[in-house]
Design a protein around this ligand. Structure first.
Ligand code: FAD
Length: 500
């Protein structure tokens, strides 16, 4: 509430924020989480909390009057539709050269994502974060993160027979026949539940085209794991629909945090100021970077280092689809949770880790869709614009060319070997590559550059960064396990040395 004083305040409730909330409350510290999105607990008129991909409504997008689907076209025709403006669960945040998809709500990205829980390759992790002890990450923090997230492995024998993974088997067989290696991907979606969905004994979620706008069943999102465990300590409060707008030093100590309480139309209904002894920035790569860059430019946190706002990347994301031969059906029923990837990361000529993505249209379309993660070296910066009072991102669409080049090399080889072609109707008119959006924003407040080696902001004792902004633009795999494990490592250090 306005005027409150709290020992610890966490901005955002995604992976970094959820780890901070659990470890702080377990250490006996009363913790307030402030989240701009909604608490997704109440069913709508249709009896469901979330809408599906086939019929998106007001619940799908964050304050938009038209959907902005990642695969936005079909047969070259705009597949988006009008919706009413509402604080929906998926934000497509538009910058000059890229749209950045992010989850909005208690649980952050865990509400909307594909649940793929992938530990990065050890030598690549050592390259991207050279100041971090690799042994303790792989012996302690990655296992700790996987356990707390509820990660599970697919039953590989079931995978071979399940109708809902025919699309993945078709892509796998063609990748193998073209000389590539594939790998199963762990997930936080309960594969036991999915098996029952396939058997027809429970209400379908992943098998009912649910993903990106939320899952009504089966998904172990953060509200069911880390945040539920934090709440069970009795020391957690979560304020949903509160947007943090400013953080500044308070006198004699601590920080004042200013926030707007909003309604479901995004209108401010109250402005509140809270004092906190410690503030954990967990608003995501974009949210944390924007907030800190603005605070430095506006003079609230003038001594933040120049590296704040630098080193942003899109994890080399690029999407592409292939058209299958008519005899090679991908199936009318596709699980929304991917379970397999093509792993060509060790190829020095163009590392690619391509997740075999669903196209859950509910009807046979002969489409093989992929989200490729590549080693794109390009980075961008956040900068404050005095005339608009907003923070922009310098990324240009052309900076994604290295990602397209690497993915093209792999999928050209598969197309040649299988005598198939690209779909050029899904990302625009005559456009093969989905190269102007990302699901994996990373960086902007890089560990050991913008912060110290544990996420502390230099010059401001009690301010910490704990989310994806710490990771320098790339992890080589889907990022949430890396974000979670790094937050576990940093929180352990902070709790033992700063808070006692
Ligand atoms: P987030 O999870 O983004 O959390 C930040 C939170 O802060 C949000 O809830 C936001 O609303 C809130 N916030 C922001 N600004 C403010 C503010 N000013 N005041 C208050 N609150 C604020 N990754 C994987 O590893 N596997 C996958 O399968 C996968 N699939 C994905 C699919 C989609 C459609 C998307 C969008 C992402 C996917 N990702 C996946 C990426 C993954 O979800 C993100 O990397 C992860 O959520 C980032 O965690 P974070 O803690 O950095 O921030």
């Amino acid at each position: 509430d306005d005027g409150d004083h709290v020992p610890a305040l966490v901005i955002g409730s995604g992976y970094g924020g959820a780890v901070a909330a659990l470890r702080l409350t377990q250490a006996g510290i009363a913790t307030a989480v402030v989240e701009m999105g909604m608490a997704w607990t109440t069913a709508g008129a249709d009896g469901k909390v979330f809408c599906d991909m086939l019929d998106p409504d007001h619940r799908s997008y964050w304050l938009r009057t038209r959907t902005d689907q990642p695969v936005g076209y079909f047969l070259g025709i705009d597949a988006n539709k009008s919706i009413s403006r509402y604080t929906g669960v998926l934000d497509s945040e538009k910058f000059a050269g890229i749209r950045v998809y992010q989850g909005r709500g208690v649980g952050g990205g865990s509400l909307v994502n594909g649940g793929m829980a992938v530990v990065p390759q050890r030598d690549y992790f050592a390259q991207i974060l050279p100041s971090v002890d690799v042994t303790s990450m792989y012996d302690t923090y990655f296992p700790r993160a996987n356990a707390a997230l509820g990660v599970n492995a697919i039953d590989t024998a079931w995978f071979e027979t399940a109708a809902c993974y025919r699309y993945a088997r078709v892509s796998r067989d063609q990748a193998k026949a073209s000389g590539y290696r594939t790998t199963f991907l762990n997930n936080v979606y309960d594969f036991g539940y999915m098996r029952q969905e396939q058997a027809g004994t429970v209400t379908r979620s992943a098998l009912a085209s649910e993903v990106i706008y939320g899952n009504n069943f089966g998904k172990r999102s953060l509200d069911k794991t880390y945040l539920a465990a934090a709440a069970a300590t009795g020391r957690l409060t979560i304020s949903a629909q509160h947007v943090v707008t400013a953080v500044a030093p308070a006198s004699p100590a601590g920080y004042t945090v200013t926030m707007n309480q909003i309604d479901t139309a995004g209108r401010t209904v109250a402005v509140k100021t809270v004092r906190a002894d410690r503030v954990f920035f967990a608003a995501g790569s974009v949210g944390t970077s924007k907030l800190l860059v603005a605070m430095r430019a506006q003079g609230q946190l003038p001594n933040l280092p120049a590296a704040v706002g630098q080193g942003w990347g899109n994890n080399g994301n690029v999407m592409v689809a292939r058209a299958q031969h008519l005899w090679n059906t991908t199936g009318a029923l596709e699980s929304g949770m991917p379970a397999m990837g093509i792993d060509n990361w060790s190829d020095p000529a163009g590392p690619v880790f391509a997740e075999i993505a669903p196209f859950p249209a509910g009807t046979e379309l002969w489409i093989s869709l992929y989200l490729a993660i590549t080693k794109n070296p390009n980075r961008a910066q956040f900068a404050y614009d005095v005339t608009t009072g907003s923070v922009g991102l310098s990324w240009q669409t052309a900076q994604n060319q290295p990602a397209v080049t690497a993915a093209k090399r792999l999928f050209d080889t598969i197309n040649r070997a299988q005598a198939t072609v690209y779909r050029s109707d899904l990302f625009g008119v005559n456009k093969v590559w989905g190269d102007d959006f990302t699901y994996h924003p990373l960086g902007g407040c890089v560990l050991d550059q913008a912060t110290d080696n544990y996420g502390r902001l230099p010059g401001y004792p009690g301010l910490y960064v704990v989310d994806g902004s710490l990771i320098p633009g790339s992890t080589g795999v889907n990022p949430f396990v890396t974000i979670t494990a790094l937050a576990e490592r940093n929180l352990e250090k902070i709790l033992t040395t700063d808070v006692s």
